[in-house]
Design a protein around this ligand. Structure first.
Ligand code: GDP
Length: 429
């Protein structure tokens, strides 16, 4: 069966930790979208790791880690990550890369930088990992699939043609140095050597695995609100972050996805620009940012300080709905233990009207948070393993959020490690 682990919010919900935890009982972990532009942080017996490209199953020797066709594969980053984890004592993981995955080309990264420079103050706040130019080229049908590295003749001809169009833009729009076909070809030949041992037919592999009764975990990157279609367009990522895309980006039938575990953080955080209704500022934000996550809310890939805010029931209800949530994993709850009172955003006020339905972007820009304040529990809940053992106000916070979002919270995460998890029976399931 297939399970998906995806985010309800803006990313950084703690999907890495939940995937790592669920991977204990999985055979295969698949990345199905996105690239190395966001990271998962995982803490385990080997140390603390920020993975940008490798699936979170790489720490187990019983799992196979798969890069699906939907991923934007940055070959050198991928291989440096394998090197960095094996250097820290992690056994060499079993890895498979889809022959249909496409490659982030060196010029995608350049174009990402040049375009942000050109936009100046109107920039998207891109991580400049080449993701938007990569997906643009993929859908414009001038991208390079991994298998094309093995088609010497075709590759050079296609490179010539693509480079010709790229050079027009470089010369006339960006006024930057031109690309050289031979140099790019040589780089691709290096990539070919790096990927060679791992390339395969992922959808056939997964089909066989499913017929044998294996468990496949799809690992999402970012969250619903960054989905190209359903997120806060245009301040979104350039791929679909919802579980439905897992079927496309891994090559499995949609009906095989039986469980959708949506990770939802107990407060909000976001990187980059865009409307963020429940955002908080100044000293209040500084305190939550520094206490947040595991060692503060700073981007795993970029080190950028994340914007933070109170839990947003409107955004999270929508985030869970679009994912097709069967279970909510409610994370980083331990961080809120310092607060006397905890505000929660329960509705948006848009032009004097209240709504709990997440709106389209131009309306979202006008939304003001309607806050309800819940009492805090004022203690450290790390180490607790039974739901009943949580302080009453903490349980009330969880149950309030569950009522508001309308999806069952069956897991509560109260620390960064695999073991920091409380399973819970929900009346909604
Ligand atoms: P992802 O991209 O969704 O995997 O999230 P990140 O890895 O960027 O952010 C989650 C951060 O919170 C990481 O530093 C995790 O180690 C940490 N984390 C995950 N779950 C918990 C939790 O329940 N409590 C605390 N304190 N930290 C957590």
């Amino acid at each position: 069966m297939v399970k998906a682990v995806v985010g309800a919010n803006w990313g950084d919900e703690g999907k890495g930790k939940i995937t790592d935890m669920l991977a204990q009982n999985a055979d295969i972990v698949v990345r199905f979208q996105g690239g190395a532009n966001a990271g998962h942080t995982i803490k385990n017996k080997y140390g603390k790791f920020a993975l940008h490209s490798l699936p979170s199953g790489v720490f187990y020797d019983h799992t196979t880690s798969v890069i699906g066709n939907g991923v934007a594969l940055n070959v050198p980053i991928f291989f440096n990550e394998i090197k960095s984890i094996t250097e820290k004592g992690v056994p060499m993981p079993k890895i498979m890369i889809s022959e249909r995955a496409q490659i982030v080309m060196p010029y995608h990264i350049l174009f990402d930088q040049y375009e942000e420079e050109r936009l100046g103050g109107k920039a998207f706040g891109s991580t400049k990992s080449g993701i938007a130019p990569f997906y643009s080229d993929k859908f414009a049908k001038i991208g390079f699939q991994v298998n094309e590295l093995f088609d010497d003749e075709g590759l050079k001809d296609k490179l010539k043609s693509v480079v010709a169009t790229k050079n027009v833009l470089l010369e006339h729009l960006y006024h930057k140095p031109l690309l050289d076909v031979d140099e790019l070809y040589a780089t691709l030949m290096e990539y070919k050597e790096m990927v060679k041992p791992y390339v395969g037919d992922v959808s056939a592999f997964l089909d066989k695995a499913l017929k044998e009764g294996k468990t496949v975990l799809l690992e999402g990157q970012l969250g619903t609100l960054k989905d190209t279609d359903h997120g806060i367009y245009p301040m979104v990522t350039s791929s679909n972050t919802i579980a439905a895309y897992g079927a496309v980006g891994a090559g499995v039938p949609p009906y095989e996805i039986k469980e959708i575990i949506t990770v939802c953080k107990a407060y909000s955080s976001a990187v980059g620009g865009g409307a963020f209704v429940s955002e908080i500022f100044d000293a209040e934000a500084e305190e939550l940012r520094n206490r947040g996550g595991d060692g503060g809310e700073y981007g795993a890939t970029t080190g950028r300080p994340r914007r933070v805010g109170w839990f947003d029931c409107v955004a999270s209800k929508y985030g869970c709905r679009l994912q097709g949530t069967t279970d909510v994993a409610f994370t980083v709850l331990d961080v809120l233990g310092y607060l006397d009172e905890i505000p929660v955003c329960v509705a948006y006020d848009i032009d004097g009207e209240q709504t709990t339905d997440f709106p389209v972007t131009y309306k979202l820009e006008k939304a003001k948070p309607v806050l309800k304040t819940l009492p805090g529990w004022k203690c450290d809940i790390t180490g607790i393993r039974e739901y009943d053992q949580l302080p009453e106000n903490c349980r009330k916070y969880i149950e309030f959020v569950e009522q508001q979002i309308g999806y069952p919270i069956t897991m509560v995460s109260n620390g960064p490690s695999r073991e920091d998890i409380i399973y819970r029976k929900s009346a909604l399931k």
